[in-house]
Structures are given as structure tokens and as C-alpha cells.
Design a protein around this ligand. Structure first.
Ligand SMILES: [Ca+2]
Ligand SMILES: [Ca+2]
Ligand SMILES: [Ca+2]
Ligand SMILES: [Ca+2]
Length: 388
């Protein structure tokens, strides 16, 4: 049974209709796609189109607040629709599926967000709150303009139970201050699993492949790709990892930038503790002077890093690897430095300074402006490298 919009809840086998909502120019607009309360039972949200009114003030005194499906929660076996949001100007908040939580076996829809504004935008791929139970986030796409954007691929809060994040993609289109959470802006707990997300950033961005907070319990990070631009920070999985959390196999790089633009690229988390296990990450140096960590800046307890690969090209400037693992039970795993793109065929072609046992550092010089300081357990050996 098709319901255009209900101020109450959609329930049973009710289905929301596919509606078009267009905001009034230079006004605050507030639209809810399907249900003023919850969507529950086996009900479905419709596939709705939301377009903001334009704001002639350009900086944004006006705000648009859009809820793709439910103002509150998605529960039971509810499904969110595949909604589309287009906003320009002003300050905007868009919830792909639910303003509140998604629980039970509910599924978020696959939503699309198009943002072109110099205002500030807060975008939630699925839920403004938490995702729990065996609920799934949808596979969402974010086309971001310039301005200040905060994007949560799935949950604005936490993910717990055996919740799954969707595979989300966010691409920045202009100078910006972006914060991207691939799955949960908050914590991931219990058996929550992160999706495989892609973020392509611009200046001054911060990205977390899975959780902006702590991954604990038996959580598993997705295999994320984080391509930063310059003066950015990227964490392949979370800010911190504890319990038996397992990091995903992520790819991190900062293709833009020059010598003075500094990036921090961390394969798993700032801090790993307890029995946390890092993933096998690939950290690629491009423009900018990068501080590269395969696992974590701090490893405590029985936590272990993964087997990571650090990749270098010409034009990679002055970089540093903070945690180069050389196997034999190292907490940093068995890592490699890939110099194949530099056309280096064997160890004798490498210009490596004497290893300083006090600082645990040596410097590899690739050209007069490309070098990397490597912090390792012992001196670098031929089997630490991947050659052309
Ligand atoms: Ca999602
Ligand atoms: Ca992820
Ligand atoms: Ca990782
Ligand atoms: Ca490692």
C-alpha cells in the first residue's frame, strides 16, 4: 500500500511513494521523505528527490534539513529508499535514511548527495544516530563542493551488534575543510563491520576509513581507499583500536601538494592497544612531505601491526616512515618499501645513510629533493624492498 507521506510511522508492508521536494529560495526548508516518525515492520521508504532553495546570501544564513525516509528510526525489517539530495548555499543537514537510529534488520537505501556551496554541510549516508542489531548501511555517494563538510558514510553515532557499514564514496570538488567517516563518526563496538569506502579529498581534510572514535570488541574495518590532497590527516581504520579489533587493508595517499604541504597517513589508528591487529595497508607517497605510518603512532599491550607496503614515486618530497616493521615477531609486522616506480632494480642502486642505532633511523635519498627517513628496528636490508 503506497503512502505519499505520513506524519506518523510507516509499518506493515506499507510503501512510501517516490516524491519530489523543492525548497523555497532564501528560506529555511525542512522536508521528510516518508515518515514523520518511524519506519518499521517490512515497510519501505520511497525514492525521493530533494532540492534546496538557493540562497542569494551565498555564505548561508538559511538552512535546509532533509530526511530521506524517516524523521526518527528505521526498525525491524524496514528499508530506506534510494534518495537524492541536491543542496547549494546555506547550511544544510541531510539524512540519507533516518534522523535517529537504524536497528533490527533494517537496511539503509543507496543515496546520492550533491553539494555545491560555500556554507557548511553535515551529511549522513544512513542514520544521524546509531546503527545496531544486524542492520546494514546503504552504499551512498557524496559529490562534495567547496566549503565545510562533515560526512558520515553510515552512522553519525556508533555502530554496534553485528551492524554492517555500506560501501560509500565521497569525492571533494573544491577547496574545503572536510571530515570524512567511512562508517561511524563515533565508535564501532561488538561485531560491527566497516564497509569498503572511497574518499577523495581536497585541502585540510581529515578522513577515517571506518570509525572516528574507537574500534573495540571484535570489530573489523573495511578495505578503504583514502586519497587526500594536501595538509591532511588520514586514518585507515579508526582514531583508536582496542579489544580484538581488526583493521582493514587500506590504501592511503596524498597525491596533491608540494614540499611544504604536510600530510599524516596512518594505515590503521593513532593508538592500538589490547589485542588489536592492524591490516595490511598500502601507503603511497606522492606530492607533499608525508609522515607515513603503516599501523599506528602508538602500539600498546599485545596489539600488532600488519604487513604494510610503502610506495615511492619521483616528486614525493621529504617523507618519514614512523614504524617500519622487519618481521621476526616485530609488533610492526613485515613491511616493505616499494621503489619499483623509481626504476630501482637492486639494493646497490639505493643511497641509504648509515643506520643510527640511537634514533633507529636511516635516510634513503632518491633524488636531490626526494628522500625518506625510515624508523626501523634494525638497519635496512635488501629483503625490505620491492624492486623494479
Ligand atoms: Ca552508507
Ligand atoms: Ca570503511
Ligand atoms: Ca588498515
Ligand atoms: Ca606494519
Amino acid at each position: 500500500m503506497a503512502i505519499p507521506f505520513t506524519p506518523g510511522s510507516l509499518k506493515g508492508h506499507q510503501e512510501g511513494t517516490n516524491d519530489v521536494y523543492v525548497g523555497v529560495d532564501n528560506s529555511d526548508n525542512f522536508f521528510v521523505g516518508d515518515a514523520g516518525k518511524n519506519i518499521l515492520g517490512a515497510a519501505h521508504g520511497g525514492d525521493d528527490w530533494f532540492t534546496a532553495g538557493s540562497a542569494s546570501d551565498y555564505g548561508g544564513f538559511f538552512s535546509n534539513t532533509f530526511y530521506g525516509d524517516a524523521y526518527l528510526d528505521l526498525l525491524g525489517n524496514a528499508t530506506g529508499g534510494n534518495d537524492s539530495f541536491t543542496v547549494f548555499g546555506g547550511n544544510n543537514i541531510c539524512y540519507g535514511d533516518a534522523g535517529g537510529n537504524i536497528s533490527g534488520s533494517a537496511h539503509g537505501g543507496d543515496d546520492t548527495f550533491n553539494v555545491s556551496t560555500h556554507g557548511s554541510n553535515t551529511l549522513f549516508g544512513d542514520a544521524g544516530g546509531d546503527i545496531s542489531g544486524s542492520a546494514h548501511g546503504g552504499n551512498d555517494t557524496f559529490h562534495l563542493g567547496s566549503g565545510q563538510q562533515t560526512v558520515s558514510g553510515d552512522a553519525g553515532g556508533n555502530m554496534s551488534g553485528s551492524a554492517h557499514g555500506g560501501n560509500d564514496t565521497a569525492i571533494a570538488g573544491g577547496p574545503s575543510l572536510q571530515t570524512f567517516y567511512g562508517d561511524a563518526a563515533g565508535d564501532m563496538r561488538d561485531f560491527a563491520v566497516g564497509g569498503d569506502d572511497i574518499f577523495v579529498g581536497y585541502f585540510f581534510s581529515t578522513a577515517y576509513g571506518d570509525s572516528g572514535g574507537e574500534m573495540s570488541g571484535f570489530t573489523v574495518g573495511g578495505n578503504d581507499t583514502l586519497l587526500m590532497d594536501r595538509s591532511s590527516v588520514a586514518y585507515g581504520d579508526a582514531l583508536t583500536m582496542s579489544g580484538f579489533a581488526h583493521g582493514g587493508d587500506d590504501v592511503l595517499s596524498a597525491p596533491g601538494g608540494w614540499e611544504e604541504s604536510r600530510n599524516i597517513l596512518i594505515g590503521d589508528a593513532q593508538t592500538m592497544s589490547d589485542f588489536a591487529q592492524g591490516g595490511n595497508d598500502t601507503i603511497i607517497s606522492r606530492g607533499g612531505s608525508d609522515e607515513m605510518w603503516g599501523d599506528a603512532q602508538t602500539i600498546l599491550g599485545a596489539a600488532h601491526g600488519g604487513n604494510d607496503t610503502f610506495v615511492f614515486h619521483f616528486g614525493s618530497w621529504h617523507d618519514k616512515i614512523g614504524d617500519f616493521g622487519q618481521g621476526s615477531g616485530s609488533v610492526w609486522g613485515r613491511d616493505h618499501i616499494d621503489v619499483s616506480a623509481l626504476g630501482i632494480h637492486d639494493f646497490s642502486e639505493l643511497d641509504i645513510s648509515a643506520y643510527d642505532p640511537a634514533t633507529h633511523e636511516s635516510i634513503i635519498t632518491f633524488s636531490s629533493w626526494d628522500d625518506v627517513i625510515v624508523h626501523s628496528q634494525h638497519e635496512l636490508m635488501p629483503n625490505d624492498f620491492i624492486f623494479a
